[in-house]
Design a protein around this ligand. Structure first.
Ligand SMILES: [Zn+2]
Ligand SMILES: [Zn+2]
Length: 365
């Protein structure tokens, strides 16, 4: 019997060459960094994100030389430009603003190691969370963060450091766009710093971007505060929690409190054509959900808000997410009620105290 012809492994989702956008997703790199390229092809992604090492460990072995080679070859073969189409994500525990000098140094070590991995792989962008001021002074943390970005730029050649905006709980840096602006102001080489806007984080931090008009207003606000030239990437997530809830809870597109319209707006936003637009929606180990979402985004290109098919799609997805939205709304309302009660208690205490002082003063007289 003649040998069977070698068939190229077919990818689950066909990558769109017609799309004007770099829609992609955060893909796994288990079993070797080069697998990320195949995983991206499998979901039909035009860009992708990945971790450069285990995101839960401080130190990881260097990437093996043959893996680096394979990564380069696969990028070349499949037409991903590592300088512009790949946006690695830093470990979550890196906090360059940490007020504890020892912990700050440890974070810097891991951060620099990530940047060097990027350069070995010829990757041009690196996205990370700006960290938290914890119990320290917020302004000092911003200065510390900027200092470490400057150090890292000095120690590397070309990779752009991309600061992500945050959902706003606790003392997180970057929930307010002004924080990011303040940090960039202190960065010496401004060509090597950028910003990644996460749609879920923006909404959770209180920026209402739930329709096209509001999203455009937000971009204008971004341009006014930070500057248009710094917008380098987008993280695309719906939000499980309502506007301003300060919860970092990603949801599938159209299921959450954002709804489908902001994603339609993004899929028609001229200025976002060249930036990686990365999905981080919950997929529960089933990457085909990303494949479907990328197809959905491409389908949204050119759709108007009054398109009957779009309206039907938007309603269908909103319905699928309605139970979860109701649950999270209930939680949020309970939290707000509790906070209001606590605030009322403190203000009552304060006024009684003031009353005491007045009485004392009166007695003295
Ligand atoms: Zn992130
Ligand atoms: Zn998030």
């Amino acid at each position: 019997m003649p040998p069977k012809p070698k068939v190229e492994t077919a990818f689950k989702y066909q990558r769109s060459t017609a799309s004007n956008f770099k829609f992609g997703a955060h893909v796994a790199m288990a079993g070797g960094i080069s697998n990320a390229v195949k995983n991206a092809m499998d979901i039909g992604a035009n860009s992708f994100a990945l971790f450069l090492k285990s995101p839960r460990k401080w130190v990881s072995p260097n990437i093996k030389e043959d893996e680096v080679k394979k990564f380069h070859e696969l990028c070349e073969q499949h037409g991903y430009n590592p300088r512009t189409d790949i946006l690695p994500h830093g470990s979550y525990f890196i906090n360059l603003g940490n007020p504890d000098p020892e912990k700050e140094e440890k974070a810097y070590g891991s951060f620099l190691d990530d940047l060097k991995r990027c350069e070995v792989l010829n990757i041009g962008l690196y996205n990370f969370h700006p960290g938290s001021s914890l119990d320290g002074d917020h302004k000092e943390s911003l200065t510390r963060l900027a200092k470490n970005i400057n150090r890292a730029i000095e120690a590397t050649e070309f990779v752009k450091i991309v600061i992500e905006n945050m959902a706003g709980h606790g003392n997180l840096i970057g929930s307010n766009l002004q924080d990011i602006k303040d940090v960039i102001d202190m960065v010496e080489n401004k060509a090597r710093v950028g910003v990644c806007l996460d749609t879920c984080h923006s909404f959770a931090a209180g920026y209402d971007i739930s329709n096209e008009e509001k999203f455009n207003d937000f971009l204008k606000h971004f341009d006014d505060i930070i500057g248009a030239e710094y917008l380098t990437a987008i993280h695309l997530n719906d939000s499980k929690a309502p506007l301003g809830a300060n919860r970092d809870l990603h949801q599938k597109l159209g299921y959450g409190f954002l709804g489908l319209d902001v994603f339609r707006a993004i899929a028609n936003c001229e200025r976002l054509k060249d930036v990686p637009i990365i999905l981080e929606t919950p997929v529960e180990n089933d990457d085909s959900i990303y494949g479907e979402e990328i197809k959905l985004l491409e389908w949204l290109e050119g759709r108007k808000v009054d398109d009957p098919e779009y309206i039907a799609k938007s309603e269908e997805l909103a319905k699928l997410g309605s139970k979860e939205r109701a649950e999270h709304l209930k939680k949020y309302e309970a939290k707000v009620a509790k906070a209001l009660k606590a605030a009322a208690k403190t203000s009552k205490k304060r006024s009684t105290k003031d009353g005491d002082i007045t009485n004392m003063v009166k007695k003295k007289k």
